[in-house]
Design a protein around this ligand. Structure first.
Ligand code: KG4
Ligand code: ZN
Length: 356
């Protein structure tokens, strides 16, 4: 079964081909540079970029593989949650392809696709506990099968990735700053008491990162030398080394605090779901070195494997959408041409048609 995946939910245009569950080719066009000057994604510009880039990548992908549209069995597209206009670009492109070929249409949940992406590299086991940490979401799921995800906990306000990006912004580091916060923090010394670990003194599996965001902003306001005068990446030796060290220490403490929050809630979820066979951690923030090391200790503590997609599969890409579509097609699922885009904040319905 040849499955084409289309990702256009935010600022990456991704296309990929998965043949019988194995990735054979992929294309990714990042718009990061286009949006960096605005300090965040501008939805209107993002949609236009997807519209411009999708047909180009599609043509290149097929040409390089010596394939035609008639070789495609399944067109799998991210149908949400995401930026409505961006999703519509991918979905319209997918519907056009389905109308002009024999392929089936499958709309996949972008969040589920992040969590099953590691299946391209290793066999997934069910049930598993899934932690999704991305720019827009922080969710804990009990994953019973590729088509059955039970949401156990979620952020009540900001996502973990947003806390990373806002922390970077407060220091005048370029968007998206998560990776820089990780890299600089790795060179600093952790002060475990610098920031309060947010929203852990309760009995639930939800998250809240807005208090941490405010704590960071207040700290930077009170230590204004930490904020770079011009937006950019500080070079070693370029500025007062005391200030550079203080900034790295602050970021090390911030990384620690986020890691600790995630650790408390994931441990709690595992205690309440003893039968799970693995811990899957995915999404852009799963690329964070502290998150990876904390989750590896948590999984070891419960004697289950930690499943982490490799770095290039953590951030948005077409391969994870193609693979999620493959899993759904294997389960006998498909959508009709009335497939809708689901904007951020709305729950993605399980409205597929099952033929299995
Ligand atoms: O999953 P993703 O690519 O896009 C969404 O669906 O949101 O996640 C993007 C998020 C951004 O907030 C980015 O700053 C963050 O992932 N990120 C990181 C790292 N790499 C990417 N955050 C912390 N540490 C990293 N190494
Ligand atoms: Zn994503």
């Amino acid at each position: 079964m040849l499955c084409l995946g289309i990702e256009s939910s935010c600022d990456e245009t991704g296309l990929a081909l998965v043949l019988d569950g194995k990735l054979i080719a992929e294309k990714l066009a990042s718009q990061v540079d286009v949006h960096a000057v605005f300090g965040g994604v501008v939805p209107e510009i993002a949609s236009r970029e997807h519209l411009r880039v999708l047909p180009v990548l599609f043509r290149e992908l097929l040409k390089e593989q010596n394939l035609t549209v008639d070789d495609i069995d399944v067109v799998s597209v991210a149908r949400g949650p995401g930026l409505q206009g961006c999703l519509l670009m991918g979905i319209s492109f997918a519907k056009g392809l389905v109308l002009s070929s024999r392929a089936k249409l499958i709309g996949v949940n972008h969040l589920w696709a992040h969590l099953t992406a590691a299946g391209l590299e290793q066999e997934l086991q069910f049930p598993s506990l899934g932690l999704l940490v991305s720019g827009g979401h922080t969710h804990i799921y009990l994953i019973e099968s590729p088509t059955k995800f039970n949401l156990l906990g979620r952020t009540l306000d900001d996502a973990a990735g947003e806390a990373f990006d806002k922390t970077a912004k407060s220091l005048n580091l370029p968007y998206p700053g998560g990776k820089l916060v990780d890299d600089l923090g790795r060179q600093g010394v952790v002060d475990k008491k610098l920031f309060p670990v947010p929203y852990v003194n309760n009995d639930n599996l939800d998250f809240s990162f807005s208090g941490l965001k405010t704590a960071v902003a207040t700290y930077v306001n009170n230590h204004s030398g930490l904020r770079l005068e011009a937006m950019g990446v500080p070079e070693d030796g370029e500025e007062d080394s005391g200030l550079a060290a203080e900034r790295k220490n602050m970021l090390a403490s911030f990384n620690y605090t986020v890691g600790r929050t995630l650790e408390v809630k994931v441990k709690r979820a595992l205690e309440r779901n003893r039968g799970v066979k693995s811990l899957i951690v995915a999404g852009g923030v799963a690329a964070n070195s502290v998150v990876r090391s904390v989750m590896s200790d948590v999984a070891a503590g419960f004697s289950i494997p930690l499943v982490l997609p490799s770095m290039h599969l953590c951030t948005d890409n077409g391969a994870m959408i193609a693979y999620a579509g493959y899993l759904m097609a294997e389960a006998g699922c498909r959508h009709d041409l009335d497939l809708e885009a689901i904007a951020r904040g709305r729950v993605v319905p399980s409205d597929w048609i099952c033929e299995g």
